[in-house]
Design a binder for this molecule. Structure first.
Ligand SMILES: [Zn+2]
Length: 259
């Protein structure tokens, strides 16, 4: 039974993953994610159901369009497989509780935000609003579960997420006359804080900042960016939030155990 549910959630995850691909591709172009049919981006041939089976179509077509032979980006199957695997891990972590749908939504949005921010250096407001809606649903579920008792964790989380980056951004703007973060990063951390609460926000920040530094060095060493380029911080912050969802509580307990 457990295995059956696991497989079901994986398949559900890769199907959602293929929708996330559509979001990653279309949201920055301000195109609808539901109305247009999917087409090959090179020859414009309409994709049939057989071309759109998550992960498997890519493998079966060996990464090429069936009509014009244009290479299909490996990002598509990677996003699909990643979504499927993360969905299964979230199911293992949360089981069938209300935390499952909340975290499935959170992780899906983090995937879309990471890829869009990496490619376009923007975090669209629509995605921030979707995070905020997830946060409000989470508050409602918390309220139904144990009243106002644990609300403060999430309300403080909103400020714990947004305020540190906001202060650093203001400091850099007025003192160094440089723009340190995009407003998108600040909004991302505030709305994620509303969902995961202030405790997990601490580990999200730590992991996000360390990852951001390593990621920048890696991009520069690999020659993808130079020292003068702006390097998107969003993907690293999303990675920090994601790690916190899985390991944050464990990390905090481990750290407190050291004291
Ligand atoms: Zn084509």
């Amino acid at each position: 039974m457990e295995l059956f549910i696991g497989i079901f959630i994986f398949v559900f995850g890769i199907i959602i993953g293929s929708f996330l691909n559509v979001c990653i591709y279309r949201i920055p172009m301000d195109k609808s994610v539901v109305t247009h049919p999917s087409c090959c981006t090179v020859c414009g041939a309409r994709l049939t159901a057989l071309d759109m089976i998550p992960v498997f179509s890519y493998l079966f077509l060996r990464g090429k369009c069936r009509h014009c032979g244009a290479k299909i980006s490996a990002i598509y199957p990677v996003v699909e497989a990643l979504t499927g695997v993360l969905y299964v891990l979230l199911y293992i972590k949360f089981g069938m509780s209300w935390l499952l749908p909340v975290n499935l939504a959170l992780v899906s949005l983090l995937i879309v935000i990471s890829f869009i921010d990496y490619k376009h250096m923007i975090i669209p407001d629509g995605l921030i609003i979707a995070l905020l809606i997830t946060g409000v649903i989470q508050l409602a579920a918390t309220f139904l579960a144990d009243g106002f008792d644990s609300w403060s964790v999430y309300i403080i989380g909103f400020f714990a997420g947004g305020v540190p980056l906001l202060l650093i951004a203001l400091l850099c703007m007025y003192v160094l006359k440089k723009e340190a973060f995009g407003g998108g990063d600040i909004k991302l951390m505030a709305s994620a804080g509303l969902i995961i609460g202030w405790k997990l926000m601490i580990t999200a920040y730590l992991i996000g900042i360390i990852t951001g530094a390593l990621f920048s060095v890696l991009l520069i060493v690999a020659g993808r960016k130079t020292r003068k380029d702006e390097i998107p911080f969003g993907p690293s912050l999303c990675f920090g939030i994601l790690c916190s969802v899985f390991f944050g509580n464990w990390l905090i307990d481990w750290y407190l155990g050291l004291l």
